[in-house]
Design a binder for this molecule. Sequence first.
Ligand SMILES: [Zn+2]
Length: 94
Amino acid sequence: MLIRLFLLAFIVALIGRTVRNFLGGAQKSRPEATPTPLVADPVCGLYVDKDQALTAQSPSGDTVYFCSRKCRDTYLTPPPSPSPEVRPDERRSG
Ligand SMILES: [Zn+2]
């Protein structure tokens, strides 16, 4: 009989602690559960972990993050010069 009472008290204490943790958990910062900040890949738009992302320097000196080497290469490779598809002096005289 007494054991049942102890068990009940234990459960009540456990629930009370859980509720308190739930209510006050947002204020406390738990170092072991710090989420890795996500950073956006400017090339493909993917979100990657900052720790695992590849980095490069942007022209303005900021650090840019990429999901893969391919995206970083794409970013670092200068855009191709516009090909002269339409020539203004090309006219047909018929
Ligand atoms: Zn990417």
